[in-house]
Design a protein around this ligand. Sequence first.
Ligand code: HEC
Ligand code: HEC
Ligand code: HEC
Ligand code: HEC
Ligand code: HEC
Ligand code: HEC
Ligand code: HEC
Length: 320
Amino acid sequence: MIVSHDSRYSVEVLRPPGVLAIVALAAPVFAQSECAGCHPDQSARHAQTRHANALRVAASTAFARALPDRPIGEARGGFLLSYRNAGKSISVSAEREGETARAEIAWVFGAGDQGETPVARAGNRWIEHRISYYKKAGRFDLTLGHKPGPSHSAEAAVGIEQPHATIRACFGCHATVDEKIELIEPGVRCQRCHPGAAAHARNRSTAVGNPARLTAREQVELCSECHRMTPPGAADDPLNIRFQPLRLVKSRCYESGRLGCTMCHPAHQDAVRANATFYRDRCVSCHAKPHRDGDCAACHMPKSSPAPYLTFTDHLIRVP
Ligand code: HEC
Ligand code: HEC
Ligand code: HEC
Ligand code: HEC
Ligand code: HEC
Ligand code: HEC
Ligand code: HEC
């Protein structure tokens, strides 16, 4: 039952093994507003990042804003998907010749740079929605991994039903969860990288984790909790280039024992884009006399697009 959906206070309760319900708390458990008073710079910068926006209430996303007035149709002979704004959520229905299925979209995954994918709910069932929005291309299309063509049922046209464990994992990486994974706040919040932060916010003399004090390896492990060291599927899946830790640790540069993620990605900001000098400066801090000048990363960390609309940078630094 949705009691409140104020983005500061709404909290998803994922109670294993049964129902995932939405409840509101009187006081947020993780509110990063608890940090802003004493750490205004880090808080203001982090709020602009994709980490902070990795999960959002449906109504605040480009997916919601771009929805057309007319239904979105599957391929010829398929279902029509209609959307209706319902406060902070969106109702979706799939229809074909009297066959209908409905679901509520409360959450949309993805900060919007690559894709925005709704996760819908119908009763106790959680469904990865069939349609995603791709902002750079400015269009709706199938969610990665969903088969093209007409669906075999109205339920299938809404999307793929996912087990609760899978849905819990989605929230686990795109939100901030408590120890029991019962309470979540949308987005990757301070606590995810600074363990002990909640207690420190109440009593600032309490120690709080700071990745600056981790070794490069420990730090890569921290980021791997979500960016992944082990692929979820086959080892030779071309999509694996999206898992930066998995690729980075195979680099000879990593053998130096000094190459952590934050060497190239300063804390509290998105990846620096289209800036060859920024990355070259990082390379030459170790390769003092490079064989040539230019865009080191373009040759040694090439980009590729293993799936439609998605582009990633191969973090296996190597001789091309
Ligand atoms: C009442 C003020 C206050 C609040 C609230 C507060 N902090 Fe701090 N925090 C401090 C002070 C002061 C320091 C510096 C302590 C030091 O350097 O010894 C600090 C240090 C830190 C450090 C660096 C620790 C280190 O050892 O390097 C981190 C990380 C941090 N805070 C995160 C947070 C987060 C995340 C929150 C919110 C959950 C938060 N703080 C809330 C006052 C606060
Ligand atoms: C709790 C899970 C989680 C952890 C821990 C985490 N990330 Fe992320 N990170 C994400 C998600 C999810 C996104 C994608 C947000 C989006 O675009 O939807 C992301 C996005 C990013 C981006 C932005 C990419 C861009 O397009 O600009 C960078 C850079 C990044 N992470 C680096 C790191 C580093 C470095 C660490 C470790 C210090 C780290 N992350 C730890 C989940 C996490
Ligand atoms: C192990 C952690 C993890 C899990 C589990 C996870 N994600 Fe992500 N997700 C990420 C990270 C990290 C990114 C950042 C983009 C990147 O570099 O791949 C991301 C990116 C995304 C994006 C942005 C577009 C894209 O593909 O890059 C969407 C949408 C998304 N995830 C949806 C989901 C959904 C839906 C689920 C559950 C079915 C899910 N994610 C499960 C970590 C995770
Ligand atoms: C994705 C991981 C991540 C998240 C989320 C994150 N931080 Fe950090 N934070 C870091 C890293 C990495 C460092 C160490 C930077 C370095 O190497 O010097 C750091 C350092 C800090 C420090 C020490 C001073 C400084 O700027 O280096 C403070 C204070 C801090 N973070 C506060 C916050 C607050 C407040 C939030 C939430 C608004 C937050 N952090 C969210 C990764 C994160
Ligand atoms: C923390 C130090 C460090 C950084 C930063 C670094 N490297 Fe390296 N790199 C090394 C070490 C150590 C080796 C092992 C061989 C050697 O000593 O030259 C290596 C090897 C390489 C190789 C040879 C790979 C092979 O398979 O033989 C290439 C190419 C390379 N680096 C390119 C880069 C580029 C491009 C960057 C910046 C995007 C970069 N490196 C950043 C330390 C680093
Ligand atoms: C030697 C430098 C370097 C290191 C170390 C590094 N990255 Fe990157 N990263 C890059 C470059 C270059 C890009 C692409 C920037 C652009 O688009 O211009 C990038 C992009 C990204 C992106 C955006 C998605 C993509 O694939 O383009 C994410 C997320 C990311 N890095 C996460 C990480 C994580 C997590 C680590 C640690 C395991 C890490 N990076 C270590 C250089 C680095
Ligand atoms: C136009 C593409 C290109 C650019 C730009 C480029 N490299 Fe290379 N790099 C190569 C190729 C090809 C090789 C292997 C053959 C060779 O040595 O010329 C190589 C080899 C290397 C090696 C291993 C061999 C050696 O010389 O030790 C390192 C390290 C390296 N590059 C670092 C860098 C750095 C650092 C930069 C940026 C300052 C850079 N490269 C810019 C293409 C490039």
